[in-house]
Design a protein. Structure first.
Length: 256
């Protein structure tokens, strides 16, 4: 039996890290040697631990996954995890870098692991630095369109949600909830992924745990500690806190 792949996981969303680690453990083919939420932590940990492969989120603060990948050892394979939709994935395919589209499916993960096991035993595998350069250029030339629908899971399978019906997304109980006037749906995206995937002219992060659709904002009012309170349209008149460091961005977005 082949030795298990030693994997290191990088994502600034703790929920995404937990889900990926669980999926990898279930395959029985991977040993997760560590995980990190930013570039500095990743580089320090890999210097100690080493790994065969890094599962790396593209959208992270301060240093993107692409920038971090360029600083990793040539001996480490890279699998990007991304919230890009199908319109942008041709860039990954064309440059022979593997990727996992969120929400990650077990069958797709197994195919990526098959490829990693083949590459581990192939001394002629492609130069990662050259591949990353071509990938970055392709992504800059063909940015992904903003998502109009998001998948969410039900007992009967996967359904699609029109994003403009979502009043806000909120991280609660280690899950991300898409809230609409008619219901609450759990989606397999963290808020950082959603910020990258959704139109920033419509969706604004107002709190570390909240992303609001500004078209659904009815009114705002001052709140203690330099914060604001947002009240949404609709019968429920949902109230959301705006953290002090995000007040200015909201006021600018609303033209106040």
């Amino acid at each position: 039996m082949a030795a298990r792949l030693r994997a290191f996981l990088v994502d600034d969303e703790p929920l995404a890290l937990t889900r990926l680690a669980r999926l990898l453990a279930a395959t029985g083919r991977v040993e997760v040697v560590g995980r990190a939420g930013d570039a500095a932590e990743t580089l320090a940990a890999l210097a100690r631990l080493g790994a065969d492969v890094v599962f790396l989120d593209i959208h992270m603060p301060e240093m993107s996954g692409l920038e971090l990948a360029e600083r990793l050892s040539q001996g480490i394979a890279i699998v990007f995890t991304t919230a890009y939709d199908q319109h942008a994935l041709a860039a990954f395919e064309a440059n022979a870098v593997d990727y996992l589209l969120k929400p990650i499916e077990r069958k797709r993960l197994d195919r990526a692991l098959d490829k990693l096991e083949r590459l581990r035993d192939d001394p002629s595998r492609a130069d990662t630095t050259a591949i990353l350069g071509r990938l970055a250029a392709a992504l800059r030339a063909a940015p992904a369109p903003f998502a109009e629908r998001l998948p969410f899971r039900t007992r009967d399978g996967i359904q699609l949600l029109d994003v403009m019906t979502v009043t806000h997304f909120i991280a609660r109980d280690r899950l991300t909830h898409a809230v609409t006037p008619t219901g609450d749906h759990v989606v397999d995206f963290g808020l950082t992924d959603l910020e990258a995937k959704l139109d920033p002219a419509k969706f604004l992060r107002i709190h570390r745990a909240t992303l609001v659709n500004v078209d659904h904002v009815a009114e705002i009012q001052p709140w203690p500690g330099g914060r604001l309170l947002v009240r949404l349209k609709g019968a429920t008149r949902t109230e959301l806190e705006v953290s002090r460091d995000r007040v200015r961005a909201l006021r600018e977005r609303l033209g106040l």
